[in-house]
Design a protein around this ligand. Structure first.
Ligand code: FBP
Length: 331
């Protein structure tokens, strides 16, 4: 007797019944999975095909574009367009919103290849996405949605191919990829309560550029937890979801070269911070910005808006959020 694992589509069909998700959502997810598999293949063969270098352009963020960033962007837009379900796509790699299907039902916010500093070395990167639904009942109120209005968010860690998806009010689920490149065997991710396995993840070389209160919090707490940093949000958050603890990319406010200060943070709100915040919330965690306010409550003014990010187990994030709020109140 052949043993068949539960596939992603089985999982979504079950979910669809419970949460009246339409087949439109299934088709959109199929498009996102096809894009991720294509990006994964391009990355795995990238060194051989000479695609792991710079493309020679600079993107809207003022960063050097990697050839793989271009490939991932082109692939994702192709598959999203092919679904016929996406009105606008908002991408880290495109200055303007990408209009796809006027009759579409969804807005998709994505970072096609997160962790650019790892690309040239073939190290872990990620494909991050968030989904919001158009207002079918009334007038369309556009793509600038707060994370709390997303209906789903997920990430693929590349090249391992691990896929994690959070569905509104239905939890965060991780899928394995089997020998037939199918996503199977979903298991629910719940952030572990026991601090024994918790980790801290941040760019240590930036420590003395953080706000003094954040530096003091790190000095008082760092010996309690293991320290891990991959340099790719997808990879670092992938670990935090399993082991607990906190990933943070604080505001940079004390850089010796003031031009390098980033008081608004580095990471992008709509397709990086809100994506991991949504997944963390559905796994029982929390995420805040530099003022200690919930990331999911931030109403974006611009689709490339940046934010500081503190995300992970509820009690540790709330512990630093108290400090951040006091910092703002000048207490
Ligand atoms: P990209 O999407 O451009 O790669 O930027 C985001 C990111 O690479 C995150 O994945 C990662 O957490 C962070 O920037 C690393 O920044 P730094 O190299 O400053 O530590």
């Amino acid at each position: 007797m052949i043993r068949f694992e539960q596939t992603f589509m089985d999982f979504l069909l079950q979910h669809q019944e419970r949460h009246n998700r339409t087949y439109h959502f299934l088709i959109l997810m199929e498009g996102l999975i096809n894009a991720a598999k294509h990006i994964q293949h391009s990355y795995l063969t990238g060194a051989l095909k000479g695609n792991l270098g710079r493309a020679g352009d600079v993107n809207v963020q003022g960063e050097d574009v990697m050839r793989m960033d271009q490939i991932a962007q082109e692939v994702t837009i192709h598959y999203l367009h092919a679904t016929g379900r996406v009105i606008h796509a908002i991408s880290e790699e495109a200055r303007e919103i990408v209009s796809l299907n006027p009759e579409g039902r969804y807005f998709v916010y994505f970072d096609p290849l997160d962790g650019s500093s790892n690309v040239a070395h073939g190290l872990p990167v990620g494909f991050l996405f968030g989904i919001a639904k158009r207002n079918l009942a009334g007038s369309e109120d556009g793509h600038l949605r707060a994370g709390k209005d997303y209906i789903a968010a997920g990430m693929f860690v590349i090249p391992t191919g691990t896929f994690t998806l959070a569905l509104k009010d239905a939890g965060t689920w991780r899928f394995h990829i089997d020998e037939t490149m199918n996503y199977v065997k979903p298991f629910q991710m719940v952030l572990p309560e026991d601090p024994k396995s918790w980790e801290l993840s941040f760019n240590e070389s930036n420590r003395f550029t953080f706000a003094e209160k954040v530096q003091n919090w790190i000095a008082q707490n760092e010996r309690k937890y293991a320290f891990r940093y991959l340099g790719a949000l997808a990879g670092d958050f992938h670990r935090i979801l399993a082991n607990g603890g906190m990933f943070m990319y604080p505001a940079i406010v004390n850089h010796p070269n003031p031009k390098k200060n980033r008081p608004q943070g580095k990471l992008r709100l709509m397709y990086e911070a809100a994506v991991v915040a949504f997944m963390c919330k559905e796994a029982g965690g929390e995420a805040v910005d530099e003022t200690g306010s919930p990331i999911l409550g931030i109403q974006p003014a611009d689709h490339h808006q940046r934010t500081a990010l503190y995300v992970g187990s509820k009690s540790i994030v709330e512990d630093i959020a108290r400090i951040l709020r006091s910092q703002c109140s000048g207490a």
